[in-house]
Structure formats: C-alpha cells, structure tokens
Design a protein around this ligand. Structure first.
Ligand code: HEC
Length: 109
C-alpha cells in the first residue's frame, strides 16, 4: 500500500515536471525568449509585454488571437510571423499554446 502511494506521488511529480520542461523548452525553441525575455520577465522593448504569472487561459487566448489575426495591431505583427507562416501553416500548434500557457502562468511575475 505504501509503495503504491509512493509510486503515485512519484509519477504525479514526474508528469507535472514534464509539462514544465516542455513549456520551458518550447519557449526557447519557438524564439519567444528573444522578444519576451528570460522567463517572460524582460521584454526586448518596453512596448512588448511581460508574460510571467499571467493567467493561463488569457495567455492561450491571446496567442490564438494573434495567430488568427483577430488581435492585430502595430506590435502584434512582430509576433504573428512566429505563430503562422505566410502560407498559413501553423508554426505554433494548439498543443504548443497549451504547454506554453501552463509554463508561463506558473512563473513568478
Ligand atoms: C518577434 C517578437 C515576438 C516573438 C518572437 C513572440 N512574441 Fe509574443 N508578443 C510580441 C509583441 C510585440 C506582443 C504585443 C502585441 C500587442 O501589442 O498587441 C506580444 C504578445 C504576446 C502575448 C499577449 C500578452 C498580453 O499581455 O496580452 C502573449 C501571451 C505572447 N506574446 C506569447 C508569446 C509566446 C509564448 C511566444 C513564443 C511562441 C511569443 N509570444 C513570441 C512579440 C513577440
């Protein structure tokens, strides 16, 4: 019984760390870090947003809207090219967005 509980605890920890690691890896891989800075805390320009600690649902929705063009302004154009190519192929998938939002929302602002 004790072993079983320990195993469940170990697996749960492993699973949550995996989500974390994937989000962090994606954040670097997809070049988010270049504009939003290390751990979403030090944006490249003062007109670019900090992301650390923002609500996951909000982060995900904004990413979807920037990707689709529903959110479009002078600044968002910079990010759109990272999300989707001119042919309309998604460069950041829905699953990636979920991982990134989970990762960023857990960081201390
Ligand atoms: C080329 C620079 C650039 C890159 C790369 C980039 N972004 Fe952005 N991002 C921006 C800018 C600029 C805005 C603000 C757009 C606006 O003013 O509407 C923004 C907005 C956002 C927002 C909305 C924040 C808010 O407070 O509304 C989120 C979330 C976000 N980016 C996440 C990401 C993630 C995750 C990645 C990597 C997949 C990424 N960005 C890559 C420049 C970039």
């Amino acid at each position: 019984m004790k072993t079983k509980l320990f195993l469940i605890a170990a697996l749960t920890t492993l699973a949550s760390n995996m989500v974390w690691a994937d989000g962090a890896a994606l954040y670097a891989e997809k070049t988010c870090v270049a504009c939003h800075g290390k751990e979403g805390k030090k944006p490249m320009l003062p007109t670019f947003p900090k992301l650390a600690g923002q609500n996951a649902a909000y982060i995900a929705q904004q990413m979807l809207d920037i990707r689709s063009g529903a959110r479009s302004n002078s600044s968002s154009a910079a990010m759109k090219g990272v999300m989707v190519n001119p042919e309309g192929d998604l460069l950041v998938s829905d699953a990636d967005i979920k991982e990134l939002a989970a990762y960023l929302s857990k960081l201390k602002p």
